[in-house]
Design a protein around this ligand. Structure first.
Ligand code: GLY
Ligand code: MN
Ligand code: MN
Length: 435
């Protein structure tokens, strides 16, 4: 991403903070998986959003109007020995030269430098509770100032995330193009997985088609992949991905990727043998109709909940027609009877995080959709085996269809356009490249 993009974000945030404020934001902490093995390191989304800096052990300080520099980075020093093991470091020199910091210091100097900066400010913008170690540190800096007679201490602590997350909710052109790329790679991966599918494969072999395509294009999984066949299609957070696909099964694959830090989140459901049974098709068509109804509600001035309400209405009416719910549609909706089969919401914000930041309500009201907001649209119906009172022919049918959209000035743009969505398109692709 262009360095000017990061500079613009910092300027926007600093305008919100104003003179006399200082924002503190630590980098993500590396996490141990087991003994000497770490999880793949990924920078904190907020930290990345403001800096583009991807190393651990760093601290961002933004102090609008500070004469000696507004944008400060603390980071690891260059170290020939450590760099042999772990790879190159920017060092404070690189933080200034390559990441446009006004000034940069070794991370080991924070205790000497940051309290003096805080002392000159009235308001500290910092989100408490996310990083207990760093919370302690910030408190010790303020405590030390208080203990020092005559030192000025800030009057206010303000959560940084409210301001920052509102900024992140509105995607710029550069962000939308990064998200379009993440969606495009996911489309290629879903196509590949569908085309290579056949009964007899294991779920993990389908998962491998996704990771193959992601890595081939320089992307990674953006969340734990869900590849659930037969009864597993009804388990919302199914991750074992180790069952063998049987003829007649549906397969639900919720797999997205992260490219340049931006996520896609895409689900397709298909019959592993390439032909929906009548019952599978009926549920599939219903979920598709719900998704179309939800998509129609995505435009400026619509509210966050409108797509969900449209999906609920279609699904409730459809389940009643199929005999899976009994009663009047209005009553069924009021009593949330649909939740037995459609137990999640129709979407969430999407961006640097799969479940991206941003408030869904403002005070009592659902938020209004505005250009630049990105979200998923993902209705589903799940009928697990042994569902009481439900005829057996419906058991083991779990369908979700999930696409990614961004709100535009006159409607929305479907980022995942081009991936088969109708039952016919899906049937035509499944097994086309099976070996
Ligand atoms: N893959 C997570 C979700 O659909 O929200
Ligand atoms: Mn999702
Ligand atoms: Mn998903």
């Amino acid at each position: 991403m262009n360095p000017r993009e990061f500079a613009k974000r910092r300027r926007q945030l600093m305008r919100m903070i104003g003179k006399g404020g200082v924002a503190l934001l630590p980098a993500a902490t590396p996490k141990i998986r087991n003994r000497d093995v770490q999880y793949y390191y990924r920078q904190d989304s907020d930290f990345f959003y403001l800096t583009g800096f991807t190393e651990p052990d760093a601290l961002l300080v933004l102090a609008p109007g500070r004469a000696a520099g507004e944008y400060l980075l603390f980071c690891r020093e260059r170290d020939r020995e450590r760099e042999t093991w772990d790879g190159a470091r920017a060092g404070p020199e690189g933080a200034v030269e390559d990441f446009a910091a006004d000034d940069a210091f070794p991370i080991s100097d924070v205790d000497d430098i940051v309290p003096g900066i805080i002392e000159q400010c009235d308001r500290v913008y910092y989100t408490i509770g996310l990083n207990p170690d760093f919370d302690q540190r910030v408190m010790s800096w303020v405590g030390a100032l208080r203990g020092r007679g005559g030192a000025h201490t800030p009057d206010e602590f303000i959560a940084l995330d409210h301001l920052l997350h509102d900024l992140r909710l509105y995607k710029s052109r550069a962000e939308i193009s990064a998200m379009r790329r993440a969606a495009k790679i996911a489309i290629a991966a879903h196509r590949r997985a569908m085309a290579r599918c056949r009964p007899g494969l294991f779920e993990y072999e389908i998962e491998a088609e996704y990771t193959h395509e992601f890595r081939r294009q320089g992307a990674r999984l953006s969340y734990l992949p869900i590849v659930g066949s037969g009864p597993n299609s009804c388990v919302l957070h199914y991750h074992a991905n180790d069952r063998q696909l049987e003829d007649g099964d549906l397969l639900l694959a919720d797999v997205g990727c992260e490219s340049d830090y931006y996520a896609s989140d895409v689900t397709r459901t298909w019959p592993v043998n390439g032909h929906f049974t009548d019952e599978q098709r009926a549920i599939y068509e219903l979920v598709l109709e719900a998704q179309d109804a939800a998509l129609e509600q995505i435009a400026p001035r619509k509210h966050w909940n409108d797509p969900h309400e449209a999906a609920v209405e279609v699904i409730t009416g459809g389940l009643r027609k199929l005999g899976l719910l009994q009663g009047g549609v209005k009553t069924l909706i009021r009593d949330r009877a649909y939740k037995r089969f459609f137990m999640h919401r129709t979407g969430h914000w999407l961006g640097l995080d799969v479940h991206d930041v941003g408030d869904y309500r403002i005070a009592e009201h659902w938020r209004m959709l505005e250009p630049g907001m990105a979200l998923t649209v993902e209705p589903g119906i799940y009928i697990p085996p042994k569902s009481r009172g439900i005829p057996k022919k419906w058991w083991g049918i779990g369908v979700r269809i999930e696409d990614d959209v961004v709100v535009t000035r006159d409607g929305h743009d479907l980022l995942t356009r081009g991936l088969p969505r109708t039952a016919e398109e899906v049937e035509a692709l499944v097994g086309a490249d099976a070996i």
